[in-house]
Write a protein that binds this ligand. Structure first.
Ligand SMILES: [Fe+2]
Ligand SMILES: [Fe+2]
Length: 255
């Protein structure tokens, strides 16, 4: 929907850009089509068609969209390809036909990421200077922490069904995405720093505690009080993770 919207809005000004965005939105519509088809098998429906009418628009500077989309495309690539590789080695774990399409699917995502990388490079301020470095760290950490916590706290059972080790999988995806990001960002995170993993692991405990407090029968205010110390702990971890020394990328090694 994002790509389609951009395609429509830039069409008059920049037809080439509009064409690229509309091709990417075609790819994403194909991915969504597969997912919709799969959901029907489980009697689930997800209709996003009304979203652009009912949801309020929030303005973000384009560069933020480029950083975030670059990373979500690339992390998507690594996630899909690792599931594909695991299932290629263990065909008996392929519990549902949708996984047969993961390889070509992940190649789409990688190409989308490459294009977002080019978009970032259209303005030197996105990839050079202290602001670019801070934003790169911010987006790397946000995307990595979100995936790490979602998978390890909420989606473990999914990976178990596929016969995968969730922790190994998440760590491998983060490492590969981080290494990849050196082609786009002026800094990447230092994933060899044991503090990075220790803090994320501690966040798992806080997330689980928050989920538990949320699930109870208590009134809202009681839940809020029960959740607060864990939320503060999470915030402290994120701040310290953000301040960990990153790895600077030598621009000459990329171009
Ligand atoms: Fe996609
Ligand atoms: Fe994509």
């Amino acid at each position: 929907m994002l790509y389609k919207e951009i395609a429509v809005r830039v069409k008059a000004k920049n037809p080439l850009m509009a064409e690229i965005f509309s091709l990417m939105s075609r790819d994403e519509a194909r991915h969504a089509g597969f997912l919709n088809k799969a959901m029907q098998d489980f009697d689930m429906v997800l209709d996003l068609s009304g979203l652009s009418q009912t949801k309020k628009y929030t303005y973000f500077e384009p560069k933020f969209i480029f950083y975030a989309t670059y990373l979500s495309e690339k992390i998507g690539y690594w996630r899909y390809i690792k599931i594909h590789q695991h299932l290629a080695a263990h065909p008996e774990d392929r519990v549902y036909p949708i996984f047969k399409f993961f390889e070509s699917w992940c190649q789409d995502e990688s190409r989308h990421g490459d294009f977002c990388n080019l978009l970032l490079k259209t303005d030197r301020r996105n990839i050079e200077g202290w602001q670019a470095k801070l934003w790169s760290r911010f987006f790397l950490l946000s995307v990595f922490a979100t995936m790490y916590l979602n998978d390890l706290v909420n989606r473990k059972s999914f990976y178990e069904v596929l016969g995968m080790d969730t922790r190994q999988y998440v760590e491998a995806v983060l490492r590969d995405t981080n290494r990849d990001a050196a082609k786009a960002f002026p800094v990447i995170l230092d994933l060899e720093n044991p503090e990075f993993w220790a803090r994320l692991q501690d966040c798992e405990t806080s997330m689980a505690a928050i989920a538990q407090a949320q699930a109870g029968e208590q009134p809202k205010w009681q839940k809020a009080i029960a959740k607060l110390p864990h939320q503060l702990k999470l915030a402290g971890h994120f701040l310290k993770l953000f301040l960990l020394k990153p790895i600077a990328i030598d621009p000459a090694s990329v171009r």
